[in-house]
Design a protein around this ligand. Structure first.
Ligand SMILES: [Zn+2]
Length: 220
């Protein structure tokens, strides 16, 4: 799951207008930002298996980025770090919602991944409900979550100025198109281009949403 992780970010923002959306965008993707970095550094391991449905990644070693315990620790670390920021300390809910956003990543990965999510370290017990094994449903659920929550967010903040409106919907369209790419369309034989693509997508998404948010018609 790539774009679907932004679903919880949009939903939290739509119901808690004080939280900067760019911050939630980084929080919901934090485990994958760590995974991409560790894959590129050769610390976590994955291989491409084109015969796998939906997503060709066979992730056989990721004790740091996607363990259940490590994700809980990342969530708490985000809460702790944000509490050090004076403005956020006055609105503690911002820190706690960002922590929850980090953990939402693991929950959605639990739904979509084949059993490759370790509990602690590289335990032999790995879990995942394997929605990826049903490509049509994996795509329908991810697109519905992303698109539904994006529309809810846009409506809840009362729309954006003209250029930001264009940028927002271009971002939404590119993200939906990306969700529809399946294993057979991915030409790579190593996971490195996928990690680089994902990092670029996260950076551009965050910058896009920062610009869009600054051009809301209604200020919170
Ligand atoms: Zn992930």
């Amino acid at each position: 799951m790539l774009t679907g992780h932004y679903g919880p970010a949009f939903i939290i923002k739509a119901t808690n207008k004080k939280i900067p959306l760019w911050m939630l965008f980084l929080a919901v993707q934090l485990p994958d930002i760590i995974w991409d970095t560790l894959i590129l550094a050769g610390i976590e391991k994955a291989r491409i298996n084109p015969s796998l449905p939906s997503n060709p990644l066979e992730i056989y070693y990721m004790p740091y980025s996607h363990g259940l315990v490590s994700t809980v620790l990342y969530s708490l670390a985000v809460v702790g770090v944000l509490m050090l920021v004076p403005n956020i300390r006055r609105h503690k809910a911002i820190a706690w919602w960002c922590g929850a956003a980090v953990f939402s990543h693991w929950l959605l990965d639990f739904l979509s991944h084949r059993p490759d999510l370790p509990i602690l370290g590289d335990t032999s017990l790995k879990i995942g409900l394997g929605l990826w094994n049903c490509p049509v449903w994996a795509t329908v659920i991810e697109v519905a979550l992303f698109l539904g929550s994006a529309i809810w967010y846009a409506v809840s903040v009362g729309g954006f100025r003209r250029r930001a409106t264009w940028l927002f919907w271009i971002f939404v369209a590119i993200s939906v198109a990306t969700s529809c790419i399946h294993s057979e369309a991915i030409p790579f034989t190593t996971p490195y281009p996928i990690a680089i693509f994902a990092l670029v997508y996260y950076v551009l998404s965050t910058l896009t949403i920062y610009f869009v948010e600054r051009n809301q018609l209604r200020t919170n």
